[in-house]
Each structure stands twice: as C-alpha cells, then as structure tokens.
Design a protein around this ligand. Structure first.
Ligand SMILES: Nc1ncnc2c1ncn2[C@@H]1O[C@H](COP(=O)(O)OP(=O)(O)OP(=O)(O)O)[C@@H](O)[C@H]1O
Ligand SMILES: [Mg+2]
Length: 260
C-alpha cells in the first residue's frame, strides 16, 4: 500500500525539472517533490515513476518513499504565476510525490563521488530491466544524501507503454543504451546483482507493485486498452523480461567490460 497525503501548500518549483516538478507541503507536514499529472509528460510518466520506483525499492535500492498526493482545486487558486496556476488546475486529483531529501546533491564523478560495486551493479541491472535511459553523465538522476545514493526520476522508464502494442518486441530485448549509464564504471558485479534481483522479484512482489497503480490513472489513458488489461500487460512485461533477462544482462556485462 502507498500512503496518501493531501497537498496543503505549493512551496517552490524545481526549475531544473523538465516536467515542472515542485516542492509541496502536505497535511502530514512533510515536504515532497510532486510530479504533476497535468504536466506535459502525462499520466504515463507517473505510472513509470511508480512502477520503476517500487521495483527499485524491492531490489533494495534507496528510492525515496513514494506517496500519492491529492491536490484539490483550492491549492492553485492564489498562485501568482500563471503557468503554475494552470498546472495545478490540470492536476486536481491524485498525483505522485517523493519524499523530499533536503540538502541532497546530484551524483557527480567530477566531484569525486563514487559508488560501491554491489550497489552500482544493482542500479545498472535495475535500469536495464526497466529500460530507463535517464541515468547518464548528462543527467544522473541519482541523489547523494548523507553519503548514500538515492535513485530518482523514473518517468522515462518503460517507454514501450507510449506505444502499447510495441510491448511484445521490447520484452526479450537487450538494452544497448546501458552503455551510457553513469554507474557502469563501478558496476563490476552485474552477475551477482542479477542473481539477487531474481530472488527478490518474485511473482507476488511484482503483482503487488502493479496493483499499486491507481485506477484513476489507468482510466484516463486514451485508447482501447482498459485498466485491467493494462495492469496485466505490465505484469506480463515484468515477468517475461525476468525470464529472458540473460539477454540484457549479457549486454550490460559486455558494455562494462568494454570500459576497462
Ligand atoms: N526526492 C527529492 N529530494 C530532493 N530533491 C529532489 C528529489 N526529487 C527530485 N529532486 C530535484 O528535482 C530535480 C527534478 O526532479 P526530476 O529529475 O525527478 O524531474 P524531471 O522533471 O523528470 O527532470 P528532468 O526531466 O530534468 O530530468 C532533480 O534533478 C533534483 O535536483
Ligand atoms: Mg531528472
């Protein structure tokens, strides 16, 4: 189960984010980074953020807690900025929020940030499994907080869902984009990470994660695929991609070996 919180105050936009995320305060007095359902990326980016984020957590990675954030029409009413007011208006209902990590910095090898081999290897496995292209030196999407690594921003994962029928072709596929992964230089234990990943991503774990998607999100996706079919499709993708994982694992190990 994910927690639900109610947004009480729009605090400040995070200007670097392409999807206009913002820091928002909620009725539990917590601060969150909210990904808005009304942003240009649309509901599929929120679904990817949720599914990939919870898979990362199941793999033992430190994904900040994901919370469903209710926004009502009153929140944006007094917002002076027109663009923000429109965004909040288009986002009434359930949005996705991540626990805000105050004082975190972006992972930066040029600032001598390093990653432990086991963790880097699991992160590489995770991003290859969920087909996330967004963890590169240009955009690490990896926070360092109290000297530990926190992966964020999984909205671009599971790209197949933008073209639902393409899912079939994407399942048993390598993920050549892995060669751009920011942690690849440290990922010397991909085979071990793969073994652990297989132990952790059991069928009940994966189906539990797919069940977390709010119906209200699935129902707003245009097209002829209904909510139950979508859920089943995601689960099938995850299950069969696990069965055929040697294809992307070998690709990742090859890319890693080429670095040295
Ligand atoms: N949980 C968090 N705690 C602290 N800061 C965060 C958190 N989540 C995101 N941020 C900050 O907000 C920025 C934007 O977040 P995120 O990358 O998730 O949004 P985005 O719109 O997908 O961004 P982009 O498309 O530019 O990569 C991050 O680069 C990071 O600096
Ligand atoms: Mg980002």
């Amino acid at each position: 189960m994910l927690r639900t919180a109610m947004a009480t105050r729009y605090v400040v936009p995070l200007r670097e984010g392409g999807s206009l995320p913002a820091i928002v305060e909620a009725d539990d007095l917590g601060l969150y980074v909210v990904k808005f359902r009304g942003a240009g990326q649309g509901i599929l980016a929120l679904i990817a953020e949720l599914l990939a984020g919870e898979i990362g957590r199941a793999l033992g990675l430190r994904v900040p807690e994901i919370v469903l954030m209710e926004i009502d029409a009153a929140l944006g009413r007094n917002e002076p900025d027109y663009e923000i007011r429109q965004l909040l208006k288009a986002s009434t209902g359930i949005n996705l929020a991540l626990d805000y990590l105050p004082g975190s910095t972006m992972f930066d090898p040029a600032a001598r940030d390093k990653a432990p081999a086991d963790e880097a290897s699991m992160m590489v496995w995770f991003d290859a499994y969920t087909q996330n292209i967004d963890r590169t030196p240009r955009n690490a999407n990896l926070l360092v907080w109290h000297r530990k690594l926190y992966p964020i921003d999984h909205g671009a994962a599971l790209f197949f869902h933008h073209d639902w029928p393409s899912r079939e072709k994407k399942i048993a596929a390598p993920f050549v984009e892995i060669e751009q992964h920011i942690l690849l230089p440290w990922a010397t234990e991909i085979a071990q990470a793969a073994k652990m990943a297989h132990e952790r991503l059991t069928e009940p774990v994966l189906s539990g994660i797919v069940e977390l998607i709010p119906d209200a999100w699935l129902e707003t996706i245009p097209g002829s695929v209904d909510a139950a079919e979508r859920r089943a499709g995601y689960l099938e993708f995850f299950t069969r991609r696990l069965e055929t994982s040697s294809i992307f694992e070998e690709e990742a190990i090859r890319a890693q070996t080429r670095l040295v």
